[in-house]
Design a protein around this ligand. Structure first.
Ligand SMILES: C[S@@+](CC[C@H](N)C(=O)[O-])C[C@H]1O[C@@H](n2cnc3c(N)ncnc32)[C@H](O)[C@@H]1O
Length: 415
């Protein structure tokens, strides 16, 4: 559903959760599952209205969101000069402190990009409005820090449906570090999936955590396996990020530094309560995990070493995921119970690799036919030609993006 501007009511604050392309409906479902009903799917994310503490739940619990923003203002403007004069009137000192640093990033939609071209000018003028407002009141201004600011603003410029005017949405990033950085990933692996994309892949399958075996036959650095374990254990994806806060009061969500948030005592108290709940639930879940359900294979010893290191960083005990060095074209599934066999094979970005990969995909498909009867198989890849090398009937084709690379998650049912 599109946000209806005319019917917007401001009795509840607004939030925007961003996500990878094509993941909007998965994110919408997560948000609705948290009991939020005023939900509007937009390109690249989902806008919703709810109490601030409930938005904090989205930030803690969403596996798909890249960031969660609080929308503080929407102005209707014809150009950037109007933005300056409107924004200069805002009570910026209720939002953040004079001594805090800030930065602004502007994102255009297609129409505003065509009309205005340079997004830097918008960032610059919003910055001027903010510092002029502070200077008028206090004779001093806050500083800009584009590397590690205390508060980050996102300015989204979007053309209104009718006429020549634009909406300027001003949002505050509540997270700081993106939510996709779960905190378990080793930097040494070359082609890892972003953690929220790995979660989206698992959530797009029909994996039943109560009964299915889950095999990643080319596990790379283990992102898909780790996200599947977290889904099975109902462990919030921020479980590692809440630890420094609970154990050392180290702030790992930016909103806990912002006056607009901490002056809302109810929201702050409930957020801290939810943080503590995520912390204890994750410890319980990981201590009481069943073994034998998750298996990972890879032909490369180096990949397996990285997966082991990521599992350790993720605090997932070794016995939960069984890892073996194997050629995925020669493995076979456990017959009872069957389940999911998934993989994200190499794409072959380098010249000359394509032919070898065609053989790999073909042999992989033949092995699935022979040795994975009763399983549902999924392959996540970007290359249509390689997909055609698999001589199995496609059951579903789910579009997903790996950054800007258009990919498909292909499903096969094996009888
Ligand atoms: C694109 S990476 C997987 C990335 C992984 N999804 C992640 O997020 O880290 C592909 C992996 O397939 C493995 N691989 C290539 N050929 C294989 C084969 N025949 N059997 C098993 N693994 C293979 C590579 O070693 C590599 O780790």
């Amino acid at each position: 559903m599109k946000r209806d501007e005319n019917k917007r009511v401001y009795d509840q604050p607004g939030f925007f959760a961003s996500c990878p392309k094509e993941c909007e409906s998965l994110l919408e479902k997560e948000i609705r599952d948290l009991g939020i009903t005023r939900v509007f799917v937009e390109k690249g994310g989902v806008f919703f209205r709810c109490e601030t503490d409930i938005a904090c739940k989205v930030m803690l619990q969403s596996r798909i969101a890249s960031r969660v923003f609080h929308e503080i203002q929407v102005y209707t403007i014809a150009d950037e000069k109007e933005l300056y004069s409107l924004a200069k009137e805002k009570w910026w000192d209720k939002i953040f402190d004079l001594k805090q640093t800030f930065m602004i990033k502007t994102l255009f939609d297609i129409d505003s990009k065509y009309k205005f071209k340079n997004s830097m000018i918008f960032s610059q003028l919003l910055k001027d409005a903010i510092v002029d407002n502070f200077r008028d009141k206090y004779g001093e201004r806050p500083s800009v820090d584009t590397v590690n600011p205390d508060i980050s603003f996102l300015l989204r410029i979007q053309k209104k449906e009718k006429g020549e005017l634009f909406n300027a949405h001003i949002l505050i990033d509540m997270c700081g570090e993106p939510l996709s950085n779960r905190g378990y990933r080793d930097v040494g692996f070359q082609a890892p999936l972003r953690e929220n994309l790995a979660a989206a892949i698992v959530m797009s399958t029909d994996f039943d955590p109560n009964k299915d075996i889950f095999i990643d036959s080319m596990c790379g650095s283990g992102s898909i396996l780790i996200e599947a374990v977290l889904i099975k254990g109902k462990i919030a994806p921020t479980y590692l990020r809440v630890r420094p806060y609970v154990e050392k009061k180290q702030i790992t969500f930016d909103c806990l530094k912002h006056p607009w948030f901490i002056n809302d005592k109810k929201a702050e108290r409930l957020f801290i309560q939810y943080i503590n709940e995520v912390y204890s639930q994750s410890i319980d879940a990981l201590q009481n995990f069943e073994t034998g359900q998750f298996l990972g294979f890879d032909i490369s010893e180096q990949s397996l070493t990285i997966t082991r290191s990521n599992l350790r960083a993720a605090k997932i005990p070794e016995q939960i995921v069984m890892l073996n060095k194997r050629d995925a074209t020669k493995i076979h599934g456990i017959e009872d119970p069957p389940g999911i066999v998934i993989c994200n094979p190499p794409y072959g970005e380098r010249m000359g690799e394509e032919e070898n990969l065609k053989t790999l995909y073909h042999e992989y498909g033949e092995n699935l036919k022979q040795n994975f009867k009763g399983y549902r198989a999924y392959i996540f890849t970007s290359k249509p030609d390689l997909r055609k090398s698999i001589s199995l009937q496609t059951k579903a084709r789910i579009p997903l993006f790996n950054g800007n690379l258009e990919c498909r998650l292909i499903k096969y049912e094996l009888y």
